[in-house]
Design a protein around this ligand. Structure first.
Ligand code: AMP
Length: 193
């Protein structure tokens, strides 16, 4: 099994790259943001979630962890997972670690997409024109970056301790970034073969 976390600021390209990696290696792409947006549209928890997503702050821990653990358990027989937008806080990282240990799973790497904040904001504004996402507006974007710096970025230290981080320049075009990620994954896969 291959298990990855794709990490980075909002607008770094996590969703795009996660989708490509998932396709290439047959992994299950677990995007909490996407799952929450689906729930907003049709699920019974929609009204509870909306206030958090629209503000750009984290949805409560219990709700997210339950949702993620259920999705992992349901797809446990797939060749691996790529977590996109999860974990986003230290407590979520610990919950993932516990779940992995309880289920005899292993995290292979945290792929950290590095991109300047101005470039990331430009990309989100551009995406906002077609995404229909209620949180792709200037005010919410600013809060999302604040949330990232306060609660999510500290996870880099958490994963640095276990030497799991792979830094990737997220600024080049989609294909170039994908190629660099691929090369890193091939390095990781080799010792397994
Ligand atoms: P994303 O699509 O990853 O940018 O996520 C959009 C929004 O969904 C975030 O701004 C949060 O409000 C919420 N969200 C996504 N993932 C998480 C998570 N792991 N924990 C808490 N809230 C989340």
């Amino acid at each position: 099994m291959l298990n990855f976390i794709i990490f980075g600021t909002p607008g770094a390209g996590k969703g795009t790259q996660a989708e490509l990696i998932a396709k290439e290696y047959g992994l299950f792409h677990l995007s909490t943001g996407q799952a929450l947006r689906q729930e907003l549209e049709s699920g019974e928890l929609g009204s509870e979630i909306k206030q958090y997503v629209d503000q750009g702050i984290l949805v409560p821990y219990e709700l997210i962890v339950k949702m993620v653990n259920k999705a992992i358990a349901k797809n446990i027989n797939c060749p691996g997972f790529i977590f996109d937008g999860y974990p986003r806080s230290l407590s979520q990282a610990e919950a993932l670690q516990n779940f992995f240990e309880e289920n005899d799973l292993h995290l292979d790497a945290v792929i950290n997409l590095e991109i300047g904040e101005e470039e990331a904001k430009k990309r989100i504004i551009l995406r906002g024109k077609t995404s229909g996402r209620s949180d792709d507006n200037p005010e919410t974007i600013s809060t999302r970056f604040h949330t990232y710096h306060e609660q999510t970025k500290p996870l880099l230290d958490y994963y640095q301790a276990s030497k799991k981080i792979i830094n990737i320049d997220g600024e080049p075009d989609i294909e170039a970034v994908a190629k660099n990620i691929d090369q890193e994954i091939e390095h990781i896969k080799k010792p397994l073969q």
